[in-house]
Design a protein around this ligand. Structure first.
Ligand SMILES: Nc1ncnc2c1ncn2[C@@H]1O[C@H](COP(=O)(O)OP(=O)(O)O)[C@@H](O)[C@H]1O
Ligand SMILES: [Mg+2]
Length: 229
């Protein structure tokens, strides 16, 4: 039997009939500025509110800047850091590589310390960029996913690129794919509209429509019944 866990976004839970499947690897794909980090953090914050441990692994953004940005949405991460159930771990892509099969101490110590149920890796793209060949990319990504599977966490991988990921095997390895975009409303000339789509979700039914969402002072709000234009 599968268990679903809330994403922290009511409209996204609606589209996925209850959220992410517990214990799976989920991919959020979109260009810069489409809302990936915000959605991922809202997912972690939902767990934190229920005293579930959470870890944000960052290969890109510095902690201070990230914490400040997220506080604007009311995601009080420092509070949970002090309660020892949240950790923000900054790692260099090469640190992950040292010995994936034996474990990744810098990250795994935090995962253990907070007894993490939810984890975000931001981004898998930064990890892929350190390799020279597609074979390396494919092999090491598989190793990384295998290692993370052993944590038994529900994990969100952030990806900045769309088409390229497929050939590195990321799309294939992920149990679900959520695609974000900023689509140009050419007809009504309202500028760009944020859109979200559940592209795939293994082992469960989900909605297939592309729907609008907004980012406001409370974070992300998805409108599952609305039309994009
Ligand atoms: N306080 C805020 N209120 C509303 N929208 C915001 C706020 N802060 C950031 N944004 C919007 O969110 C976008 C960044 O979202 P983010 O999750 O960081 O995207 P990504 O991780 O995909 O690059 C910004 O480009 C901006 O449009
Ligand atoms: Mg981001």
């Amino acid at each position: 039997m599968i268990t679903k866990i809330s994403t922290g976004i009511a409209g996204l839970d609606h589209m996925t009939y209850g959220g992410f499947v517990k214990g799976t690897n989920n991919l959020i794909v979109g260009k810069p500025g489409t809302g990936k980090s915000t959605i991922a953090t809202q997912f972690l914050f939902e767990g934190l509110k229920n005293n579930e441990g959470a870890v944000y692994i960052s290969l890109e953004e510095k902690k201070e800047k990230f914490m400040e940005n997220m506080e604007q949405f009311g995601f009080r991460l420092r509070e949970y850091e002090q309660k020892n159930i949240f950790r923000y771990v900054e790692v260099k892509p090469k640190e992950i590589l040292v010995n994936i099969e034996e474990g990744i101490p810098t990250i795994e110590n935090s995962v253990r310390e907070v007894n993490a149920q939810r984890v975000v890796l931001d981004s898998i793209t930064a990890f892929l960029l350190i390799f020279e060949t597609e074979k390396q990319q494919r092999d090491l990504t598989k190793q990384l996913f295998d290692r993370i599977d052993r944590w038994n966490t529900t994990t969100v991988f952030i990806s900045e690129i769309e088409e390229e990921d497929a050939k590195f095997g990321v799309d294939y390895l992920a149990d679900s794919i959520i695609r974000l975009d900023l689509k140009l409303d050419t007809e009504r000339k309202r500028g760009r509209v944020r859109t979200i789509e559940v592209f795939k979700m293994r082992g469960t039914n989900h909605r297939h429509t592309i729907v609008p969402f907004e980012i406001n002072s409370e974070g992300v709000e998805v409108h599952p019944e609305a039309m994009i234009f």
